[in-house]
Design a protein around this ligand. Sequence first.
Ligand code: AR6
Length: 171
Amino acid sequence: MEGKIELRAGDITTLDVDAIVNAANNTLMGGGGVDGAIHRAAGPGLVEECLLLNGCPTGEAKITRGYNLKARHIIHTVGPVWHGGGKNEENLLAGCYRKSLLLARENNIKTIAFPAISTGAYRFPMELAARIAVNEARRFLRDNTELEKVIFVCFDQRTLNIYEAALAADA
Ligand code: AR6
């Protein structure tokens, strides 16, 4: 099962996978960070489809086509803003990973790539976010053997180091 989890450095918009996950906001209409990069790379068809989705609650996920991306689908999830940890942030972030993986299963997606949801503009601490991401992926892979690969895309070296440590820790 651990062999199905992979770390990759760089830009998630370039990956040739069944689905990439977007760290979106409640409007699903685009923004900065990875969301802006995905909208730019996918092209204007994406925002047109997003307009029809009526936004997305925090901790939930919705799916669109991938448009000009190599990825066939985009799963848009909305992470929590970090307010210090007392506002259910950990459960909401775990929900982002769980709901995204469930949507992947419903859509017969075998390979999926995640950015470090909530760890940029939303300020979620990276170490805790990486542990949650790895735990949720492990749990899901245990119960869903048809999923072939979960890639965590680390935008910089610090992020990669933190995910390596999270993967090295016991489940
Ligand atoms: N590929 C992979 N990872 C990236 C990329 C990329 N191209 N660009 C940034 N990251 P953020 P959030 C990393 O701020 O914290 C948007 O405006 C980045 O280094 O993109 O969930 C939305 O519209 C960081 O570790 O997402 C929302 O309003 C991680 O992606 C808000 O930001 C997430 O950073 C969401 O904030």
